[in-house]
Design a binder for this molecule. Structure first.
Ligand code: TXA
Ligand code: MG
Length: 350
């Protein structure tokens, strides 16, 4: 049985936090909210606890976990070197949705990092995550608390949907405010490389470290996977999803045509769209999941995974979505997650 404990997102009950921290110290699995998505926490220095995380998620052991700590000082024993860029970025963005990949110290079990000699570390900002880390006084390894390759959970109900009976406890503090995962930045390379676009935009990183670059979208032929979370299909609903990208007018027309054809063929269609575009489809028998205004990236990010799960639960034959036009700031992460959720992308703007 998985115990669900409801806590206030800003001022969680200390007794609940103490119990969750004790569970982590004993090697248990506790799902908790971060500002991005819910994480599935385990004692990062306890090999058996870490193994349970992979088992509960059905996650391949080749995909490394992020280690969460309460403050920069707690990160230093976990790495062999803390570069100046890491200190500058931590000073600006921690606590917050930035994950730094650094050289791993021997105390971090190889199971956490999938055998890599690097370790990903972040200091989360959510008051519940902070309270838990303060109480546990441990580094906490935590991937997103979903089954492998499903959309990340932004509500406790999503965690339960995927992991009920497989984990000890969920701290339910309501929806997570940001909705897309942290930005993963590799500082063991020079210049530093964004391995996963996320909640901290590239532009903001460059304001602190101007040389930061984006990883090229094509993995080196035959090379090792630089960040296994970059698996092409990820964060995905079970229902096949087609993403329309490229020129906005063209992709809108192509999407409308595809929906019309599918309905004519008797297929059940779900549509992931913005408030501005939804009206074009209201006359059609499609299930519409509205993300929010196309002028509000934060709102769309916050709704994205919940909307994917709603459509997935609606017994549909297919989902169609149109990629947002914008590509700066938080839009980069939204576009990235939509591409990974899609089984097929029509039109491209690389
Ligand atoms: O916002 C987040 O980052 C959430 C919350 C819970 O903190 N966590 C999260 O964890 O998204 P997960 O495991 O779902 O994604 C971690 C990503 C994966 O893409 C993984 O490959 C990458 O970080 N990663 C972890 N350790 C790494 C390492 N040593 N080198 C390169 N990439 C690493
Ligand atoms: Mg994940």
């Amino acid at each position: 049985m998985t115990e669900v404990i409801v806590v206030d997102p800003l001022r969680p009950d200390p007794a609940a936090i103490v119990r969750a921290a004790a569970c982590l110290r004993r090697g248990g699995l506790v799902a908790f909210p971060t500002e991005t998505v819910y994480g599935l926490g385990a004692h990062a220095l306890d090999r058996a606890a870490v193994a349970r995380v992979f088992e509960a998620k059905g996650r391949p052991g080749s995909d490394p976990l992020i280690v969460h700590v309460a403050a920069l000082e707690d990160a230093t024993p976990l790495v062999t070197r803390m570069p100046d860029a890491a200190r500058a970025l931590a000073a600006r963005f921690w606590p917050g949705p930035l994950t730094l990949v650094l050289a791993r110290a021997a105390i971090v079990p190889a199971e956490v990092t999938a055998g890599l000699d690097t370790v990903a570390i972040r200091v989360p900002a959510h008051p519940v995550a902070r309270a838990l880390l303060d109480a546990a006084r441990l580094p906490v390894a935590a991937p997103s608390a979903n089954l492998f390759s499903r959309p990340s959970p932004t509500r406790a109900a999503h965690v339960i949907e995927d992991l009920e009976g497989r984990i000890d406890m969920v701290l339910d503090a309501g929806p997570t405010p940001v909705g897309v995962e942290s930005t993963v930045l590799d500082l063991t390379q020079d210049p530093p490389v964004v391995l996963r676009p996320g909640a901290v935009p590239l532009e903001a990183l460059r304001a602190v470290v101007p040389s930061v670059r984006l990883r090229s979208s094509h993995a080196p032929a035959g090379g090792a996977m630089p960040s296994p979370g970059l698996l092409e299909r990820h964060y995905a609903p079970w229902t096949p999803m087609t993403l329309y990208d490229g020129d906005p007018a063209q992709s809108r027309a192509a999407l409308l045509q595809a929906v019309t054809d599918a309905l004519a063929a008797g297929r059940r269609v779900g549509l992931l769209t913005t408030s501005e575009q939804a009206h074009r489809f209201r006359h059609l028998p499609v299930v519409i999941a509205e993300l929010g205004s196309e002028r509000d990236a934060a709102q769309i990010a916050a709704r994205l995974y919940a909307a994917l799960r709603e459509l997935d639960a609606a017994q549909l034959d297919m989902i169609v979505a149109q990629s947002p036009e914008a590509d700066e700031g938080l839009w980069r992460a939204i576009r990235d997650r939509l591409r990974r959720a899609a089984t097929r992308v029509v039109g491209s703007r690389q």
